[in-house]
Design a protein around this ligand. Sequence first.
Ligand code: AMP
Ligand code: ZN
Length: 118
Amino acid sequence: MSSKDCIFCKIIKGEIKTDPIFENENIFAFRDIRPLAPVHILIIPKKHIASMNELGEKDKLVLGDMLFCAGEIAKNLGIAEKGYKLLIRTGLNGGQEVPHIHLHLIGGARLSEGIHPV
Ligand code: AMP
Ligand code: ZN
């Protein structure tokens, strides 16, 4: 899929409305439309990167920014102390639906242990 048809690229351009949480030069964060927990945020790079499999060496800083901002957002939303999960699904086996890399920040309730998303 090209970035032209990508729903997360449309979200970044403002063509699809979301509930925004945070934005800087590299990344955009917004509430997931189908939350799996009381707090469910998606953190995405503004650059179209389809998945972990398409990451380049130069994308390392953006990935670091996504992780750092996830921690800051968790603190700002008051879920950091009790804890939360971060998840990047990749490809078919990973259950990735949207081919624009995204970090799920999931929390606000006691989540399951193990590999389940929630
Ligand atoms: P994944 O299954 O990891 O690819 O996650 C895709 C996520 O995007 C799902 O949790 C969806 O609920 C979420 N999603 C899809 N469309 C939208 C949208 N327009 N606004 C907010 N979240 C969305
Ligand atoms: Zn995209």
